[in-house]
Ligand binder design. Structure first.
Ligand code: GLA
Length: 323
């Protein structure tokens, strides 16, 4: 794995197939300049609040906060200069769990409109049993909201090897949060039963992605938050399995987050050449972004993303690779 301290971006992640051959399974660029202009959040850390906040505003403890609007009238992935555009401090380490890098970043009071100085730490640990663990931590000196995630686009056949439509996906969720025409959750939880959003059994992503389901039309494919089925409090739950039958590589995602955004890479458009000159057209990579539900700061019925002084925001996601 290689990581840059610009945006905490995972630049490459090489994984053996059953034949032992390594493939780089995440999309990325060869040059920093391409990351500087990238509108797709390739491989980046996302914060202070992953996904959308409606109208770029929210009310916390009776006070209204106005955020940067960078997605029509809405706020997306932390704003104009989200954590994906921050310069993080980085320290490499090795310990009994594996080797990795600890990244820290201070998001100052008022940055992109959010209240409170937020001190964040994200630890990437790569272990010998082919697990990538991401530990997120944050503290604030004023009440604020926080939801951090990782925006890697996976293609288990190898980046630049075409579309991910044959990848089989399982998502451990009975419901998802439907959205309006601006991709803001309506506030309802819809059962996945009988819809193209039912991934309780492994199903090829391409099998239903172009069905005439109104929610698929709004997202131009899958770009929704699934409500993770959870039996216990804090322990990591298996939230998804992704398998590429052709290459034999697979990945389980385990997390303690309440939701996961499954995004089938619909907005990729090949406009920026990828690593080694690869082309990244629509649906050539997919994201599984563990997160608080989108727009939770404005949705009292959703799990609360509020973070108060004295509390610690903690979240962990593990990607367990197999071949
Ligand atoms: C998230 C959003 C998508 C899109 C991508 C980045 O998944 O929900 O709509 O913005 O990030 O392009």
């Amino acid at each position: 794995m290689s990581v840059t301290n610009y945006g905490g971006i995972i630049v490459s992640l090489k994984l053996p197939g059953p034949d032992g051959r390594l493939a780089d399974v995440v999309l990325g660029y060869d040059r920093l300049d391409d990351y500087l202009r990238d509108p797709f959040y390739l491989g980046a850390l996302i914060g202070r609040y992953a996904n959308r906040i409606a109208g770029g505003r929210f009310v916390l403890n009776g006070k209204t906060y106005a955020l940067a609007a960078n997605n029509g009238p809405n706020h997306l992935h932390g704003g104009v200069r989200g954590f994906n555009r921050g310069l993080w401090n980085a320290a490499a380490f090795e310990n009994a769990a594996g080797s990795g890098v600890a990244l820290t970043y201070r998001s100052s009071d008022g940055e992109e409109g959010y209240p409170g100085n937020l001190d964040c730490r994200v630890i990437y640990t790569l272990s010998d049993d082919n697990r990538l663990r991401v530990d997120y931590e944050a503290v604030s000196d004023r009440p604020t909201v926080c939801s951090l995630t990782q925006h890697s686009y996976f293609n288990l056949a190898g980046h630049g090897s075409g579309r991910i439509l044959d990848h089989e996906l399982m998502i451990n969720a009975d419901a998802f949060t439907p959205v309006n025409e601006q991709q803001i959750p309506t506030g309802e939880l819809h059962s996945v039963a009988g819809t193209p959003f039912d991934f309780r059994r492994p199903t090829a992503i391409g099998a239903r992605v172009d069905q005439a389901h109104p929610q698929l039309q709004l997202g131009r494919g899958y770009d929704h938050n699934w409500v993770i089925r959870r039996h216990s409090g804090d322990a990591l739950t298996q939230i998804a399995t992704l398998r590429d039958p052709a290459s034999g590589r697979s990945m389980e995602v385990w997390s303690d987050a309440p939701g996961v955004q499954f995004y089938s890479g619909n907005f990729l458009d090949g406009s920026i050449p990828g690593k080694e000159g690869a082309a990244y057209p629509a649906r050539s990579g997919l994201c599984l972004e563990t997160q608080h539900f989108p727009d939770s700061p404005n949705q009292p019925a959703f799990p609360s993303p509020a973070l108060n002084p004295g509390e610690v925001y903690r979240s962990t996601t593990e990607y367990r690779f197999r071949s």
